[in-house]
Ligand binder design. Structure first.
Ligand SMILES: [Zn+2]
Length: 85
């Protein structure tokens, strides 16, 4: 059989790109700025700060969720101490 059909088990919701996080996005656990967006297999989304993202993401990924991890951006903005060299 020569078929170009995509994998029928693929979930289109899970494959859609996860939107970048903005300053207004808040952790669903503690209200801090969110740096991780998790899309559940149901299509619902959860936002987590770095702390709660690291705490919750592994279990959610194991359950089939997709994760966008922007925790690398946490320290992108230069802090005042960065100029103290
Ligand atoms: Zn949090």
């Amino acid at each position: 059989m020569n078929t170009t059909a995509t994998d029928s088990t693929a979930d289109p919701v899970a494959q859609a790109p996860l939107a970048p996080l903005v300053v207004a996005d808040r952790c669903d656990s503690c209200g801090a700025q969110a740096f991780m967006r998790v899309r559940l297999r149901s299509g619902g989304e959860l936002l987590f700060c770095g702390h709660h993202g690291r705490e919750n993401a592994p279990a959610l990924v194991a359950a089939g969720a997709s994760v966008r991890d922007d925790t690398a951006l946490i320290n992108v903005k230069p802090s005042t101490s960065a100029n103290a060299l």
